[in-house]
Design a protein around this ligand. Structure first.
Ligand code: ATP
Ligand code: MEV
Ligand code: MG
Length: 357
């Protein structure tokens, strides 16, 4: 039995525009998805996902060609819920070179679903790591990131950037522009997350921006302007000492850019009344800046505030269901104490670096 975990993320800047080749800077945060994988004697996959909003269910189904799972849940719903786990297993099978290996998979997560904190990426990243290690193959995090991207890309019908999956696999602050993905140095930023208890449909929201961008030059310019905000923000981060706490001046400048980014995302139609309400509560409480994070439509905002004022204000905001401080997760995907890591890896374990197809 192998257990892996991977973090969720908040976007400092650049969601949506990253889909069209602009840079983005997501930061991994200490909320993790944990996946346990146990190879089976047959080619079945059995998934326990107790945190799914369907109240959780257990399902067992056949090999890659079996498309009729025996479960009392409408098939499209099941497919939507299981798509990411399925795609992770497919990538793991490909990586270990055994298309018919079956698994018992358990998913546990403290990342709210569909709320902009990258739950899908964390589940896919941790799933690929757990399933491949369960077969004695230790993939480098860069390859996990690439395979997790392919999985998200497939499930989201081609509407995915590498940002969420690379960030979850590598941890820390990262910069993604097209297929150029790198980790960057950044000071520990005082992220406060407000969650409205809801969710947005990533595919639908991305499709909406795509349509606007194709229809109106000013929408395309708005996407480019988000890229400009990111470029300005990354220059500020590059000038800061990553080992020192960020100065008030830096936080004020970054916060102003968060506010600008939120305004551009709002213009692109991906905010919502509750996200705007939380953003304004944070700003009025004295946060340096606040914006929605992730796909939008509902879910989470992120604010910069080293004091308790934003957390307190959000607690009293009717649209806010939960509020928490989000520490930067410096570690990306990692093995959790399961006795099969490093020197304890099963006989025959090998690095499959270069096993790219
Ligand atoms: N704990 C979990 N167990 C099983 N599947 C999960 C779990 N968490 C997330 N998922 C999968 O991820 C999907 C949500 O992904 P989606 O991309 O819509 O939102 P997100 O990743 O949380 O937010 P964003 O992409 O905006 O950052 C769920 O519908 C489910 O398929
Ligand atoms: C909206 C988006 O930019 C971020 C979702 O977390 C989509 C993507 O990058 O795949
Ligand atoms: Mg996602």
């Amino acid at each position: 039995m192998t257990v892996s975990s991977a973090p969720g993320k908040v976007y400092l800047f650049g969601e949506h525009a990253v889909v069209y080749g602009e840079p983005a800077i997501p930061c991994a945060v200490e909320r993790r998805a944990t996946v346990t994988a146990d190879p089976r004697d047959d080619d079945h996959i059995r998934v326990e996902a107790a945190d799914l909003s369907l109240d959780g269910f257990t399902v067992e189904y056949g090999g890659p060609t079996d498309d009729a799972p025996d479960v009392d849940v409408p098939t499209p719903l099941l497919r939507a819920a299981m798509g990411y786990v399925d795609a992770a297993v497919e990538q793991a099978r490909d990586a270990v070179g055994d298309e018919s290996v079956g698994f018992d998979i358990t998913v546990e997560s403290d990342i709210p679903l569909g709320a902009g904190l990258g739950s899908s990426a964390a589940v896919v990243v941790a799933g690929i790591d757990a399933a491949t290690r369960a077969c004695g193959v230790d993939l480098p995090p860069e390859e996990i990131a690439e395979r997790a991207y392919r999985a998200e890309h497939q499930v989201q019908d081609g509407q995915a950037s590498r940002a969420d999956t690379f960030c979850s696999a590598m941890g820390g602050a990262v910069r993604v522009e097209g297929d150029d993905c790198r980790t960057i140095d950044a000071p520990e930023l005082p992220f406060v997350v407000g969650f409205d208890g809801g969710a947005g449909d990533t595919g639908e929201l991305v499709a909406g921006v795509r349509k606007l961008r194709e229809e109106y030059d000013f929408a395309a310019d708005t996407v480019t302007a988000i890229g400009d905000v990111v470029r300005t923000g990354e220059a500020l981060l590059a000038d800061a000492d990553p080992d020192d706490p960020p100065s008030d001046e830096l936080l004020a400048e970054l916060g102003g850019l968060l506010n600008f980014d939120h305004g551009l995302l709002e213009a692109l139609g991906v905010s919502s009344r509750s996200l705007d309400a939380m953003v304004w509560s944070a700003r009025e409480a004295g946060a340096h800046g606040a914006k929605l994070t992730g796909a939008g439509g509902g879910g989470c905002i992120v604010a910069l505030d080293p004091t308790d004022a934003t957390e307190t204000a959000l607690r009293y905001t009717p649209d806010c269901d939960d509020v928490f401080r989000a520490e930067l997760a410096t570690e990306g995907v990692r093995a959790e104490g399961d006795g099969t890591t490093g020197d304890d890896a099963p006989a025959g374990a090998e690095s499959s670096e270069g096993a790219e197809e």
